[in-house]
Design a protein around this ligand. Sequence first.
Ligand code: FE2
Length: 374
Amino acid sequence: MYILLVFLWVLLNINVWTLWLMLCRSGFFFESRSRRKKEVRARNAGAAIIVAVLSAGMATAISWSYTAAFELLACGVVITEIVFAVSEAAAGHFSQSVKKRLGAMRISGIPAVAIALFLMIFGFVNVLHVSETDYSFRSSKLHRSYTVVFLADVHYQTAQPLSILQDSVSRINALSPDIIVLGGDITDEFSTDGELQECYEELGKLHASCGVYYIYGNHDRKKSARPLIPHYTQDELKHAIASRGIRVLEDKSVGIGDDLLLTGREDYSWPDKADAKTLLADTNPSRYRIVLSHQPKGAADISAQGADLMLSGHTHGGGLFPLQFTYPLFGSLTQGRYTFGNMTEITSVGLSSWGAPCKTAAKCEYLVIRLSPE
Ligand SMILES: [Fe+2]
């Protein structure tokens, strides 16, 4: 599917660029040769934007994925800039010195090409490396220590091969955790039925002395985005999870020992979700309360109900650079640690990426949280 998208995008780019170049060369836009230098810059920038927007629009229509659209938008800019750089060097500059030719190519967007290529290559490589991110907290509510692992947004198999998941599972098991949480969007609307089974076959190998838990995300119960490819049903998803001994928490709490309470929240996009007050109404305030919520929304409300720790994923840390800088503008948490009253909120950037095998705004991670008595 991905190769098909790239192929269609290249075709579109070639066609749009050819049309644009013909119009420019025919003098349709530019008549005065003396104004050429300034106009070359403007023309190149304009062409890049038009092709990029068209590419993004087409990608969105085909893939139903805005991240793929952004990635292809970057590709559109790259291809356009390369073509214009070559065309500027070839059109009328061969009689000039090498220095002038290089200057013309530079103006034509070589720096933009270099930056975009670097970002794309970095993104492709970055998504194949998973880090462990550690946090430690103390609380007088706790009677013993706990090691909690939080793993979210695998989106199997968007970007990472099975070997990455296998490696993460064995590294997590080596920590001998007490609690493991799968924080939603482990599979998504692009996952096949076979990938669902393959993914949970591997995740079923996770071991935690106090259990492995699951909360739903906003993608994992979606209908297939690719009608011709066999997708799983919601029942099949539930069975794949539960049959591996993983407990799904849908607006439910589970007591662990006599000092800890784990509350799994329905996803923010789910119509029948409980509000924060209902979710934590009957919970014992003397216990250390952890709320698991795929999307890092409503943290202030959760804090007001007396939770001590909230764990989320979903954002991918912004996904593709420079989107991470836009999240705060919309009031969204992006990545890392936040404080709401007495509660700490941690937003994980997730294990992988969504929509395209490229992640440039953040690393790939799972969280290891060590809790101990004060
Ligand atoms: Fe999500």
